[in-house]
Design a binder for this molecule. Structure first.
Ligand SMILES: Nc1ncnc2c1ncn2[C@@H]1O[C@H](COP(=O)(O)OP(=O)(O)OP(=O)(O)O)[C@@H](O)[C@H]1O
Length: 682
């Protein structure tokens, strides 16, 4: 490494960027030049190796608009031999194998995120770099061991957050904050639950944690797999580029609905019914219903082999069945084990009679027609969807298993008005699919992944938590959410309870309190709702002061509201970045028309914003998790009224009010909800 030029540090850093880029190119060319013909024994090997090389080449691509490094650490002479490290998205080394850029996830990079004046962690200088396009244009230094230097908030962090947004969500790897980093780097074995208000970086933290875990436990997670679960497709689409930008291409993304898609969902439940279907008591009912298929044998079993007849008495068969019922194994696994258990009982009799049967004889007995018939009678196969079809369609069957668990009224709510004939013709709801998933797992164990990230977790029902939980029984999870943003009738009120349903009752619950998205003025306004919908939750404290970021515009005449909203969108579009027009779901159609009439094209959530198409029309029900540089919020009272109860309405409004990064304009022709009224006359 060349010596720094004290006269022109920026030129020196740019030179390092240029040589790092060249080194990365050389690394890529080395991989491209690999000839695997001589080293692979067969075509399967060569295919596998070929795919690995292909992936490596992709991972080594130099994305000209993504800074190769964003920070620098100079250690004190006493540690790391006073070395200097450039921190970036991936490791880059020169021709001698010496590091030019260190992966942000490496242990030596950690102080970049955690060191402070109070705890410099052996770092003398921390330097952050600013880029414009692909150009390195600025840097910011902190001399962590210099007592004379005052601590200040990073301008580059501020600029990074306010950088106009177009396109999908981006990573925050250059600016992860210390309390976020603690979560990102927490170990693979533990499940972490993160409570955090709007814009505290929960989604970002969850995604960076996956990237970190994949780095630290690559082999294990490559085998077991990782999954990110989000609330809907448009949200998944919004976040889907973050992990690839961090070099991780193998992480699966899903919604809870898509995880449990055993049947086609065409029906909808009333809120009351959905609440019961999502209640954890349903798991108990399903378990009883599945196991009720087992009938204790009352007849002896006779197996004929050659000239001999072997008889296993009924009481002994019963013992075998009881023992399998007592062992907590899946219904299907026990069913698979039963023929061998019976065959073993026959073999014992053969031995008692002086024969010496071997394993092959046991296998043959297990396949004997009489044994097969006995197994079918005692432990018949169970089709999970048919089982749920019967529970929801047959009052007697339901009563037999729900007695003492659900009240009669609750049972009535579960039953279809008119039972469906078949799994195919049934109008399954989303909650039914979760029940089928539970039943499926009772029959056959669901495969567990190595790590699951669950975002917007507060909206899940207990049965949905169980569905996610069984996908990480042998792995760990990151649970992200905000109790104040729960808008389903079954929304979680306590993380401890949610974690218990998930099967991780002892997981650590962490809290993020610093807000990065929403300016102080806006979050203060939205937080007026908190005492009315989630008392006890502390407001987010925004790291950003953006004067003038909030405007409340009364519209005197209701007939003029649409035109005023369109005008506000036009004004917002004069700024750089993305614009979200958020409105009650019922207001979407008229607003779309008004925008079209004014010649303003708009996107739907999930459609990617570009520099040409920057305005998205967002139904309040889909706003969760999304963000826009400027938000125009149409008629708050309509957002509240769009929900079945006031608390849910206020929470929906809270979500809508907290989507803006740089500016929020609220337009209302009717009175604002009383809970928003504050001391300032707004
Ligand atoms: N350390 C950070 N540096 C820069 N930007 C950050 C940082 N943390 C969060 N952000 C930005 O703040 C915004 C909000 O982050 P994110 O969407 O992860 O928050 P959230 O807690 O999931 O919000 P919500 O509850 O509204 O879904 C994003 O644009 C994200 O990039």
């Amino acid at each position: 490494m060349s010596a720094p030029d004290p006269e022109n540090p920026l030129a020196h850093e740019r030179a390092h960027l240029t040589s790092s880029r060249a080194a990365l190119r050389a690394m890529r060319e080395d991989v491209e030049a690999l000839d695997i013909k001589d080293v692979t024994a067969n075509w399967v090997n060569s295919l596998v190796l070929g795919a690995q090389i292909e992936a490596r080449i992709k991972a080594l691509a130099d994305l000209s608009h993504t800074p190769l490094f964003f920070g620098r650490l100079d250690y004190l002479p006493t540690t790391q031999e006073g070395q200097r490290f450039y921190i970036g998205r991936r490791h880059v080394h020169d021709a001698d194998g010496d590091p030019m850029v260190i992966d942000w996830r490496a242990p030596v990079s950690q102080p970049f995120y955690r060191a402070s004046k109070k705890d410099p962690q052996d770092v003398r200088l921390r330097r952050r770099f600013g880029y414009t396009g692909g150009e390195l244009t600025a840097y910011e230094d902190e001399h962590l061991t210099d007592p004379a230097e005052a601590e200040r908030t990073s301008k580059l962090l501020q600029a990074e957050i306010e950088r106009p947004r177009v396109g999908p969500m981006r990573d925050i790897v250059a600016t992860i904050q210390p309390e976020q980093d603690e979560i990102v780097r927490s170990g693979l074995s533990g499940t972490v639950c993160v409570q955090g208000g709007p814009g505290t970086g929960k989604t970002a933290v969850g995604l960076h944690r996956v990237a970190y875990l994949l780095y630290a436990h690559r082999d294990r997670l490559a085998r077991t797999g990782t999954l990110v679960v989000g609330p809907n497709e448009s949200f998944l689409h919004y976040i889907e580029q973050v992990l690839p930008a961090l070099g991780e291409l193998e992480v699966r993304q899903a919604t809870v609905d898509s995880l449990v898609a055993h049947v086609e969902v065409r029906g909808e439940d009333s809120a009351q019914t959905a609440v019961i279907k999502g209640d954890a008591r349903m798991a108990q009912i399903l378990r009883g219903a599945v196991r009720s298929h087992v009938t204790l044998p009352t007849e002896p079993l006779v197996v004929v082999r050659g000239s001999r007849r072997w008889c296993v008495p009924a009481y002994e068969l019963e013992e075998i069945v009881r023992e399998l019922l007592d062992r907590d194994i899946r219904y299907g696994a026990a069913r698979d084990a039963l023929p061998q258990r019976i065959a073993h009982a026959v073999l014992v009799r053969m031995e008692q009679a002086g024969e010496a049967p071997d394993d092959r004889v046991q296998d043959a007995v297990a396949r004997n027609a009489a044994v097969k018939a006995a197994v079918k009678a005692v432990w018949p196969p169970v089709d999970p969807a048919k089982l749920v079809l019967r529970l929801l369609g047959d009052a007697e069957f339901l009563a037999a298993h729900a007695e003492g668990i659900l009240t009669e009224d609750e049972q009535k709510l579960l039953l279809w008005q008119k039972p469906f004939r078949s799994v195919k013709s049934a109008k399954w709801s989303a909650a039914d699919a979760v029940l089928i998933d539970e039943a499926t797992d009772l029959v056959q164990r669901t495969q567990s992944l190595g790590h699951v990230v669950l975002d917007e977790a507060q909206d899940l029902s207990p049965m949905q938590y169980r569905a996610v939980g069984r996908r990480c029984t042998t792995g760990s999870a990151t649970i992200l959410g905000d109790l104040a943003q729960g808008t389903t009738p079954w929304a979680t009120e306590s993380w401890r309870e949610a974690l218990t349903h998930l099967g991780k009752p002892d997981a650590a619950v962490e809290e993020l309190t610093a807000g990065f998205r929403v300016p102080r003025e806006v979050i203060a306004y939205a937080s007026r709702l908190l005492p009315h919908m989630s008392p006890g939750l502390a407001p987010v404290s925004s790291v950003r002061e953006t004067p003038g970021s909030l405007e409340i515009r009364p519209v005197p005449d209701a007939a003029g509201l649409d035109a005023a909203v369109v005008a506000a969108c036009v004004e917002s579009l004069r700024n750089e970045g993305s614009i979200g027009l958020i409105a009650a779901d019922a207001r979407i159609a008229p607003l779309r028309e008004a925008l079209a009439a004014a010649g303003l094209p708009c996107l739907a959530p999930g459609e990617e914003t570009t520099s040409e198409a920057r305005l998205t029309l967002v139904p309040a029900s889909l706003a969760k998790g999304l963000e826009y540089d400027y938000v125009v919020l149409d008629e708050p009272a309509a957002v509240v009224d769009g929900e079945p109860d006031e608390r849910t309405g206020l929470r929906r409004l809270y979500v809508a009010l907290t989507r803006a990064v740089s500016g929020l304009t609220v337009l209302h022709a009717t009175d604002l909800p009383a809970q928003l009224a504050g001391g300032d006359g707004n």
